[in-house]
Ligand binder design. Sequence first.
Ligand code: ADP
Ligand code: MG
Length: 642
Amino acid sequence: MTGHEECPSCPRCRAGICEIHRPVVDRWKVAVFVVSGLLLLAGILAGYFTPYPLVGTALLLAAAVISGYGVLKAGFLALIRFRFSIAVLISIAAAGAFLTGNAAEGATVLYLYAIAEFLEEYAAGRAERSIASLLDIAPQTARVRRDGGETTVGVGDVGVGETAIVRPGDTVALDGIVTAGESSVDQAPITGESVPVAKGVGDAVYAGTRNTDGYLEVRVTKPEAESTIARVVALVAEAQAHTSPTEALIERFSRYYTPAVILVAALLVVVPPLAFGVPFVEAFYRALILLVIACPCALAISTPVSMVSGITTAAHNGVLIKGRDSLEAVGLAGVIVFDKTGTLTIGRLEVDDVVGFGVPEAEVLAVAASLESRSGHPIAKAVRRRAEKMGTVLRDVEEFASVTGKGVQGRIGGAAYLIGNPALFPELPGGAWQTAYNRLEGEGKTVVLAGTASAVIGLIALSDVVREDAKKTVADLRARGIRTVMLTGDNERVGEAVARRIGIDECHAGLLPEDKVAMVEELMERYGLVVMVGDGVNDAPALARANVGVAMGAIGSDVAIEAADIVVMEDDISRVAYLVALSEKTVSVVRQNVTTALVVKLGIAGLAVLGLVSLWMAVAFGDMGLSLAVIANALRIGRAGS
Ligand code: ADP
Ligand code: MG
């Protein structure tokens, strides 16, 4: 077995989920269970069928010490430090059973408890391995072009900048950019979307995705360990390690709870014999049962296993949830806020109209396109595309500056020009342009002005396409009782038009990036938990401010992947509804688990006080059985989610 330090190239090791270097099932533990199980059986049989009860007790003691070593040790260490843990409860119960002549039960308690613990570990590990299995999708070798020929080398040996060859049917081994060829690629392992995506020169491809029928040459852009999929796995592994608020609550709760239980058990030993004449040994035995039943294991694992199950399922569906608290919060949020451009709409604007005032349209386009050639805004891209189509010759721009949320400015041939919304032209007198502006805006278009500080030379009207699934997603959310809000930097009319078409409850337009943050704050005040969905790059501040920031279409954007709380890889708005459904499901499973655990335990405790349950039954049903039920219920999240 190699240690983690010895395999730095293994991304699983770095994620702490390496099943090669940290085996799934500890053989040692299995051996311990087999040996102590046989001893337990032999001890019980010897007690019943041989005239030597001491032999039986000795065998049972051996079984107890072997299977219960871990718990007894932990219990002892906690007790001498005056800390009350679950191990303390179990240890006292087992020791008490031996002392009162119930050796078989004492050994059984420890044995079943150890198995329950083992199963819990296994269940948690299973979810982690399911995440790690994502990494197995990326091949261990890649075909690269070297010295004029093709060679197959280990992915760890491929350098950034090398050319990888991806044949039809191959799985892409490393992240990169296509330099030759055309194909479609199934990106389901990363995005959860199984419809293949067309890839040509200049497009990004990702490790772990499957090439269908074309031939591709790919310039490698990232070393294996930094590929998108490795990153996803590492982030999910990290999320699995964090605790959610509910978990923290249960943890805090058990700090007071355990001593309280011990106190009640002590009272049960003393009071009934004195007050009701119950035999002391009987009272003691019932108190032990209470200790076992009170053991909050099933309660303690009920939340984490559900959370891990939810996070894992989401990851397999292209939704990366970076913390358990985020998963919980989405299901509890009363309002979801969407950015308009690029989130509810495709974000690919098209120029519909160009209007000139006293100058030809071509002049308006030339000025606008020259300035916009320096901007990366969707509006700028649309203007450039139109100019290219018209064969417009671009002019030199000096002193270029972009004014966030308003537009751009710069000098062309000595004159200062501005392109943007009316907020960029505070000194502009009204005039002919206003009629045209109002008309175009009334058509639900985004209109920008082109001109100088004091005169408009033209208008450009653009429109964006609303995403097909946006309406259905908003309807889905509404059916779940979630209020939907849209924020946009675009004008009121466009905002209202889009909001009405999609069925959004509330729309706030004309917002600068800082207004969006303020709006999110206001919504948090009004509605409590706020989830914000945006593209993760433009909307980063608002995403960061919301309780949960969801970045959509983040594949290929490391910034967005790092910054958001939840990352939807695919540019697919319907995943927001999926996410909410998954989160609600997870929250409800957590509640079911916690309630079931409490009810069953209270029930058994009641029966125990009446003397109707034995110690081993308490462990079998009230602890181990319950833990198993809770785990099984949590795994249900995975099945329903996909
Ligand atoms: P959103 O993403 O919500 O639509 P932005 O903050 O990106 O908002 O843009 C808000 C508004 O600012 C746009 O609708 C447009 O009027 C103006 N604007 C921003 N950038 C540019 C640009 N490069 N050219 C022209 N107008 C722009
Ligand atoms: Mg935007």
